[in-house]
Structures are given as structure tokens and as C-alpha cells.
Write a protein that binds this ligand. Structure first.
Ligand code: PMP
Length: 418
């Protein structure tokens, strides 16, 4: 008999999609009488039992406010909350946990940078550089800042495949560029941007780089030191964690120099009617009672990812992307939007003249959940002269058979609208 291979002590068992799926209670349900095929992960990912439990356990056993109490529960809540700061630091390979700011999510993180760091740096006639593939949350805060400061928003284009034109980006890094804001991975195209290279180009000109990591962290290990960026923002809910919580990581020197953002409890050292002195990092940037249970559950999501064979999981996801691309490419009339060589987990497409909303509605009747619309990237839709796309987006718990269900559903759409 062949010996059963055993994993070394402490190492996670090799990735097995069926085992992972069993950890996600929602995935077992039927919708519209069909097994749920959840392919809307770029909008939000489902949560494993461990994350759901962590949030419930916090309320059942620990709930108290943080940082203010001398009583035991408050101490425990503070400890649980602050432990997550260190988990996030490790997760991003950041130099210090003081550089980890808890926010409501990517959107809030980006607004925070724009309204503090941005306001300090950007003046009349200056430029803020973004790319054509940004999510609205990495456009609008900069546009608002530009308007306030009489500065200009400058846009680096993408090519027909959805690859960022680095040569054009470099040409736009001019003497007035004060900030470069760029996404790690495009939610609408799946394109992975070469952040380390982009940061090199920007650094050579003294331009700080703000990275929208909403679609980065769920699909690849992130090391902010290796990337060389100045800020990195993400949301827990796309990372198998809860909604309403996320992170802004920033280089300490920037965070130290930044003014506070919102005023309120926790961000102060002392307050009189004459003068307020502000707390140190990270509390200076965390006014008011935070989403404590959410932060704790985000920590559980990070722990969960560390407990599985993540390399195997991400390899599985890449296999799904290749398989899905192949299946869709075989369907007559399909046009894939976003065919960059470096991609993560997104299949954006059009099918003949069928409106994406009709595609989504027919697929929904088959139990297949995808997203249709502009994906909060309207300027990108304008770039491709399309109003919307249908988008299937992947997570590590998806199966090949789910992509087959997607393809079968699309064949149905094709026959209905032929
Ligand atoms: N950037 C990208 C690339 C995204 O995909 C999203 C979410 N769709 C966001 C930013 C905004 O994230 P949130 O809504 O969680 O703040």
C-alpha cells in the first residue's frame, strides 16, 4: 500500500475546492430552484463560517467600546481590535502597525488620503494623475480635490486589450504632478497593473503613489514594501471578510505629516474650547467608535487565508480564469472586454447586441449570479464606446462546473435573442 502523503506539521492541507466550499454556508443554497452559482465576487465575496462566527462571538462574548474603558470587557475588545492591526501589518508586510488605519473600506480610505495628504500637497495649477481604468472611488475624490484646489485631473490611457500604457503614464508624470492614484487590479477588466514599476517611475520624479488595492488583496499576496507605494487601500468584504470595514496603509512619514481627517472621540489627546491636541498614529486618523466587530471579523478573514493553502487556492483561481476565458471564447458573438496578459479573476464580456442587463436576468433564472452595468468605471466604458458589460468574477471557492453553467446559460441567452 502506498503511504498517504502527510503535510508537514503546521502546514495547511493542499487546496481542495470542495473542502473550502463547505466552509461557506451560503454557497450550498438554491436560488430560483437552481444551485447557486455565485460569480459576483468582485462586487463582494462570500464569507467563511469562521468570519461569521468571529463577528457573532465578538457581540456574544466581548462587546465593549475600545480604548476608553478600564473594565475587563473593554480591555478584551481593545486587545482584539488592536491584534488585527498587527495581522494587517503582517498581511501587507508593512513596517509598522501604527501605519495601519482602519476605515469603512477602500472608498473611505481613498477619500481620507485625498482630503488630508491631497489637500496638503495639491495647489492651484497642480496635477493629479489617474488612469482610465479606475473605479469611481479612485476618480471622484481626486476630481473633488482638483476642483477645490483649481488643479487638474490628468488621465493615463489604456490600450484596446485593457493594458495601461506605461509610456503614456510616464509622459504624464510632469513637473506639476503631485499625486499618482492607480488601481492594483481593475474590477472591470481584471488587468493587473505593474505597481512596482509604476512606483519606480513615480519615485524618480518625487511623485507619491496611492494604490487602490480593492481587487488586489483578494487575488495576490501584497507586500507594500516590495511594491514601493506610498498608500495602499482595501476593503475587507472583497477579501472574505465583513462589509463596512477596510484599511488604509500609508508610509509613516506621510501619516505623521498629515492633518487629522475627521474630528471626534479617540483622535484627540486633550480638548479645551481654545485648543485641541491630536492623538498619535494611528488614532489620529480614526475618529469615533470604529466598526470594532467588523475589524475583529476582518482579522478572522486574514487568519483564515493564512490557514489555507493560499498558493494552491490562487493557482486554482488562475486555472478557473483560463478555463472560463476558453469557454466564453467558444461562444459565437462573445466579445471579451479586457484581455490583458496579466489578469486576475474577471471575465467582462458582451454577447452580440444583447443588453448586458438581459444577459444578467436570463442567467439569474439559471441560478447564475453575475454583475452587469458600468462597474463604477464609466470613463472606461466610454473608452471602449460601450454602455456596460456583463461581468463574471471569480473567487477561490468557484468550480469549473460553475463556469460551465455560465457558458450553458449564455448559450440560452444566445438562442433567446438570436
Ligand atoms: N476600487 C475597486 C477597484 C473596486 O472594485 C471597488 C469595489 N467595487 C472599490 C474601489 C470600492 O470599494 P468599497 O465599495 O468597498 O469601498
Amino acid at each position: 500500500m502506498r503511504p498517504v502523503p502527510t503535510a508537514p506539521a503546521g502546514a495547511p492541507a493542499p487546496f481542495d475546492v470542495e473542502r473550502i466550499r463547505r466552509e461557506f454556508p451560503i454557497l450550498g443554497q438554491q436560488v430560483r430552484g437552481k444551485p447557486l452559482v455565485y460569480l459576483d465576487n468582485a462586487a463582494t465575496a462570500q464569507k467563511p463560517e469562521r468570519v461569521i462566527d468571529a463577528e457573532a462571538r465578538f457581540y456574544r462574548e466581548i462587546n465593549a467600546n475600545v480604548h476608553r474603558g478600564v473594565h475587563l470587557l473593554s480591555e478584551r475588545a481593545t486587545q482584539a481590535y488592536e491584534d488585527v492591526r498587527e495581522k494587517v501589518r503582517r498581511f501587507l508586510n508593512a513596517p509598522s502597525a501604527k501605519e495601519v488605519i482602519f476605515t469603512r473600506g477602500t472608498t473611505e480610505s481613498l477619500n481620507l488620503v485625498a482630503q488630508t495628504f491631497g489637500r496638503q500637497r495639491v495647489g492651484e495649477g497642480d496635477e493629479i494623475l489617474v488612469t482610465e481604468m479606475e473605479h469611481h472611488s479612485n476618480i471622484v475624490p481626486w476630481q473633488m480635490l482638483a476642483q477645490e484646489r483649481k488643479a487638474r485631473l490628468v488621465v493615463a490611457p489604456v490600450d484596446d486589450a485593457g493594458v495601461l500604457r506605461l509610456d503614456e503614464l510616464e509622459r504624464r508624470l510632469g513637473p506639476r504632478t503631485r499625486i499618482l492614484a492607480v488601481t492594483h487590479v481593475s474590477n472591470a477588466l481584471g488587468t493587473v497593473n505593474p505597481i512596482a514599476r509604476i512606483c519606480e517611475l513615480a519615485r524618480a520624479r518625487g511623485v507619491p503613489v496611492v494604490v487602490d488595492g480593492a481587487q488586489g488583496v483578494p487575488h495576490r499576496p501584497v507586500d507594500v514594501r516590495a511594491l514601493g507605494c506610498d498608500f495602499y487601500a482595501f476593503s475587507a468584504h472583497k477579501l472574505y471578510g465583513p462589509t463596512g470595514v477596510g484599511v488604509l496603509w500609508g508610509k509613516r512619514e506621510h501619516l505623521e505629516a498629515m492633518p487629522p481627517w475627521q474630528g471626534g472621540g479617540d483622535m484627540i489627546l486633550s480638548v479645551t474650547f481654545e485648543k485641541t491636541t491630536f492623538n498619535e498614529l494611528p488614532y489620529k486618523l480614526e475618529a469615533g467608535t470604529p466598526n470594532i466587530a467588523g475589524v475583529v471579523a476582518m482579522g478572522a478573514a486574514i487568519d483564515w487565508l493564512a490557514s489555507i493553502d493560499l498558493a494552491g487556492a490562487l493557482a486554482h483561481e488562475h486555472d478557473l480564469l483560463a478555463y472560463g476565458t476558453e469557454l466564453l471564447s467558444r461562444i459565437p458573438g462573445i466579445r471579451l472586454v479586457g484581455t490583458a496578459p496579466e489578469k486576475e479573476g474577471v471575465l467582462s464580456f458582451l454577447l452580440g447586441d444583447v443588453h448586458p442587463h438581459d444577459i444578467g436576468t436570463v442567467l439569474d433564472r439559471e441560478g447564475v449570479a453575475i454583475r452587469t452595468g458600468h462597474h463604477c468605471a464609466q470613463p472606461l466604458m466610454i473608452r471602449y464606446a460601450i454602455p456596460a458589460t456583463a461581468r463574471a468574477s471569480l473567487a477561490i471557492y468557484n468550480r469549473r462546473s460553475e463556469l460551465e453553467a455560465l457558458a450553458a446559460g449564455l448559450e440560452k441567452v444566445r438562442r433567446m435573442f438570436a
